[in-house]
Write a protein that binds this ligand. Structure first.
Ligand SMILES: [Zn+2]
Length: 429
């Protein structure tokens, strides 16, 4: 929503990491008017820093300034984490409750420094409503770019109930048994305002559940309806098929080998490895109820995902950052949104600057705002973080919002007041 406040916001001093990949530099003044950055560098004439009625000044001396983080893979309405005392099997089955909790989760995410999220799938059309409520100014939250329920077929992730039960609205998959069903679902979801379509292959990538011809048909229909399309694809076959079919980006791709990644590079398709979930599941999966068999699969996929990161870098495949926060009780809100950067640096061979650029400038693509967002430059949308520690020195300072001293989203300062502890415990449980 355009910032209608008339005050000009000026960030003085500090070290600027502008998100473009350019080296960090001493900052003189970042000027924000409305929801845009209007100048970076010398303070333009006509701005009187003493005039507190029209100018708000943040002194960032000794601090670091960078674009707001973009988490390219979050889920807000899966019914997770479970709420104690509320009847739930795989999540809540009450759309009203789920919507309110999704709103709460969005606020938690924003306060951790994530100013935009791409949401590849939810229940009902909760994120579509939440996106519109945030942009109408009803509540504060990150900018949302969202898909609806995953389009799945028999054997895909999201088709976990027996066939005689199907896939009810409170689950994140909607069953399409043939191409015609898939196309109809694309039409239904675009009518209800999704930004992109989420197609989904098998859970862990062991089998390819959707044929290339089917992916192609869905891509064509989504694009015809001005929606983009992403796919949950871990397997090698589905990753190659998705790249050749022209999806806009591929999520996971973790079992792809160099040959399939070469096809991805040839097609110019981006990937979002989302290794944070795998690494976090290896840490806490056992205590959160994952079976030994599943833990073995997760280990296999995590090992392969590290190779994918390295090969993608060497082939020049554009890598975007997502965490899969909210996909299960393994992934609580507000804590893990910046962890993908640490994994890229530690295991993928990326520099901290490359990881930050992936999280900002490059991830703007995942929210449909490439060229508009993710770089601190005159004319861009004003999402800015100020940190009391240097993320280039230690990329982990981005994690959990612990080092944030200011968050600015769409030109407005976010209230950093901590949520009451009891409520936070509920949201994260
Ligand atoms: Zn996901």
């Amino acid at each position: 929503m355009p910032n209608t406040e008339s005050k000009t916001l000026v960030i003085r001093n500090g070290t600027l990491i502008d998100g473009s990949g350019a080296p960090a530099a001493e900052n003189t003044a970042v000027v924000i008017q409305g929801n845009r950055i209007t100048s970076v560098g010398e303070l333009p004439g006509g701005i009187n820093l003493e005039d507190t009625a029209t100018v708000d000044v943040i002194d960032a001396a000794g601090q670091w300034i960078m674009p707001g983080l973009i988490d390219g893979h979050c889920h807000l309405s899966f019914g997770m984490p479970a709420v104690p005392g509320y009847a739930s099997a795989r999540g809540t089955i009450n759309p009203g409750f789920s919507a309110v909790r999704a709103a709460r989760n969005a606020q938690t995410i924003l306060r951790s420094g994530v100013t935009s999220v791409s949401i590849p799938g939810g229940t009902w059309f909760i994120e579509v409503g939440l996106r519109d409520a945030i942009s109408a100014g009803l509540i504060q939250g990150p900018r949302i770019y969202t898909a609806g329920r995953f389009i799945v077929t028999y054997g895909s992730i999201g088709d976990s109930e027996p066939s005689w039960v199907g896939t009810p609205e409170h689950t994140f998959g909607v069953l399409a048994i043939n191409v015609s069903d898939m196309i109809t679902e694309v039409r239904r979801q675009t009518k209800h305002g999704v930004d992109f379509i989420k197609l989904a292959d098998s859970t862990w990538g062991d089998t390819q559940t959707i044929a290339k011809e089917e992916i192609t048909a869905v891509v064509e229909e989504a694009h015809r309806r001005n929606a983009r399309i992403s796919i949950h694809s871990r397997g090698a076959g589905s990753t190659k098929a998705a790249a050749e079919a022209g999806v806009d980006w591929i999520m996971h791709a973790d079992l792809a080998t160099e040959a399939e990644l070469y096809a991805v590079a040839e097609a110019g398709v981006r990937i979002m490895p989302t290794t944070t979930f795998l690494f976090e599941a290896l840490e806490v999966g056992k205590e959160k109820g994952r079976s030994d068999e599943e833990m073995d699969i997760i280990k296999r996929n995590a090992d392969s995902a590290v190779n994918v990161l390295q090969i993608a870098r060497s082939l020049g495949v554009k890598v975007m950052c997502g965490t899969d926060t909210g996909n299960s009780p393994v992934m609580p809100y507000g804590l893990l949104h910046a962890n993908e950067a640490e994994i890229m640096v530690k295991f993928g061979g990326y520099t901290p600057m490359e990881a930050i650029t992936a999280y900002t400038k490059d991830n703007a693509y995942s929210v449909g705002l490439e060229g508009e967002l993710g770089v601190i430059e005159a004319g861009k949308l004003a999402d800015v973080l100020i940190l009391d520690a240097d993320p280039l020195e230690d990329i982990r300072v981005l994690q959990g919002g612990k080092h944030l001293t200011s968050i600015i989203k769409d030109g407005r300062r976010v209230d950093l007041q901590a949520q009451p502890e009891e409520e936070l415990a509920l949201a994260l449980s």
